[in-house]
Structures are given as C-alpha cells and as structure tokens.
Write a protein that binds this ligand. Sequence first.
Ligand code: PMP
Length: 376
Amino acid sequence: MSRRVFNFSAGPSVLPLPVLERISEEMTCFSDTGVSILELGHRTAAFTNVLAEAIERLRRILKISDEYEVFFVQGGGRFIFSVLPMNFCLTDQPSQVGDYLVSGTWGASALAEASNAGRGHCVWDGATLGYKCLPDVKTLLLSPDAAYLHYTSNETIEGVQFQGDLKSQLVKSQLVKSVPVICDMSSDFLSRPIDIQNYDMVYACIQKNLGPAGATLVIAKRELLNRSQDRMPGYCNLRNHAAAKSMYNTPPTFCIYVANLVLQWFEEVFGDLETIGEFNRKKSQLIYDAIAKDSDVYQLHAQEDCRSQMNVTFRLPDTETEKRLLVESEAAGLAFLAGHRSVGGIRASLYNAMPMEGAEALAGFLAEFAYRAQNV
Ligand code: PMP
C-alpha cells in the first residue's frame, strides 16, 4: 500500500507525519555526525544532547520539579509491573503489600505480577462489573501500611479512564495522606492536563503518545526511589536507572531520539497540556456523538462518566456486523479498528498524533455504516 491511512491502532500507534518525515530526512546522516542515529554511540555528545533535550522538554511540558527523577528504561510497561514490588515493598517486612486498584486488564496484569511475588493486594476489582466503570473511592479496601497504591489512569483495552487523578479524590475523602501513589499512564500520558504533584511515580510505555515500542518513561519522586530495596538484580532496581540518568546500560537510542522529535512536535503544535486536552476531548466527542446518534447499532462499552478520550470501545449487534465494519472501514482508509483480541468488538484509539480529520472521517463512516446496517 503506498498511501497513508488513518491509524487507529492501540499501540504501537500513529506518529506525527512531520516526525516521520524528519526521521526519514536525517536517517542516513544525523546532525553532522556523518552516521545514522542507529549507528551513533550513546556516549557521544550528539546523542547525550538528544537525551537531555527530551528530558528537558518533559520537565517543561509537565512542570516537573527537582523532587522528581525522569528517565527511560527498556522492557515496556510490563517490566515496571514486575519490578514495583521488589523495589518498594520492604524486604524485612515480608507481609507488606502494594495496593492495586484494578479497573481493567492492564491493572489486573500489574496486580498479578505483585501477587506472584506475594506482595499484591487488590483494593477494588471491576472485573465482575465487566470493567465498565470506576469505584467510589470510599469503597476501596486500602491496606493500613501498603508500600504504595497502584492504578491505571486509562485502561487501553476496555477504554475506561479516570477523569481526574486518584490522589485528589482520596484526599478529598480524607482517606489517604501518606501512601505513595504510582500510576500506569501508558495510554494517556501527555494527553491532558495533570498535576504531577499528585503522583509519587508515573510510568508510560512510549509506544502510544511518545514514540515507537522499546522504551518506558519513568517519572518518580526521589524520596520514593530512595526507598528502593538493595537486594535485587541491578537492572531491576529503578534507583540504578535514575542514578545513571537513563544510561545504566545502553539505552534505546532510536526510541529516545524519536520521543524527542515527538515532544518537539508537541511543543510546536500544541504548546501545553490544556491545548492537547481540548483537542483530544473534541476528537473523542465526535466519535461518542456518532455512537450515541446510532445507538440501535452501536453500544458503548464504558459508562459515560469514565469513558476514555484515548480508546473508544464499542460493540455492534453481532460479530458478523463487526467483521463487516472492520473490512469496510479498512477499505475506506480507517485502519486497525479491531478491539483487543481478548475482548473483541471495536476500538478506536485517538492518541495525540491522530489528526482531527481522522476523527471526522471515522465519525462520518460510522453514520454511513449505521444507515446501511439499518436499511438493508
Ligand atoms: N499498561 C497499559 C495501560 C498498556 O496499554 C500496556 C500495553 N498496551 C501496558 C501496560 C504494557 O506495556 P508493554 O507491552 O510495553 O509491556
């Protein structure tokens, strides 16, 4: 296929076209080095400048203070699932747990990793309700001395998103004052305003809003990292990655280079989180309106008060009609709309790099498809 399509994939996902063009332009010779970024040593000034620039941009966009370390690691979101309990649950207190709020498949996977290590405690699980909704924080079964409280701001598979941050809700309800809050922000990182002070640690695999697959970004309070336990494999110790400034081992140089270009694009086009938040709200509203207008054909998965601006998930009356929608949408240049293989249905991922035209084209297609479905 020689033409580009609108890419609704959940990740790896759409990247900004100007970024792809820039990569292509400087692929054989990067920044007067005479070599490609793929061939460039990670200790060269040309690469360390790229890394420093990416971290600087993140600090600027998210207004991250010096209390926090910002670094990249390899291993994806799941690497962080695996290492959280060994980093933060005290070795000399074998009964200390991490508290997990499970609002979808990824939260469940994070809890499973902690439970494997004997350190997982579930404070709420939306599975029996079909992962369609979020809890009233007053119902959470919080542990008295948890090492941390973990949650997923946006569940990529089910399309369920916290509308604000959890810590503010807890503080408002006078429930939690001191437990460190750790948030998996993989699929809504940089998509809307957040106050980083409401998190002790945020992490995001970068293959959604930040770059290609192969790296995970961690923003963590130094105070939390200082609690990291000593007895574990060096690579698993997040303090090592922070201390080595993303260079504990050879970093994923290409990923970081692309992330820096994506952040540059973000600053040039949107400038701040308020602007991107409004842009993403408008895009998802177009799709939610199209679904609501033809509710005989489309059924939303998530409840309205927690539906996601990043991953819109819905069903059609039967799997045959869903298959037809997938075939016809692809022919119309609207690609990768299939729901996750574990749940089926339709999922439209609308990350930052999805242009408004993509959302408009999908909304138009859904109206037309519904008309045909009802008039055959
Ligand atoms: N958390 C969330 C919210 C995700 O969407 C994903 C992947 N889609 C992961 C964690 C796991 O990331 P990875 O595949 O990079 O390990």
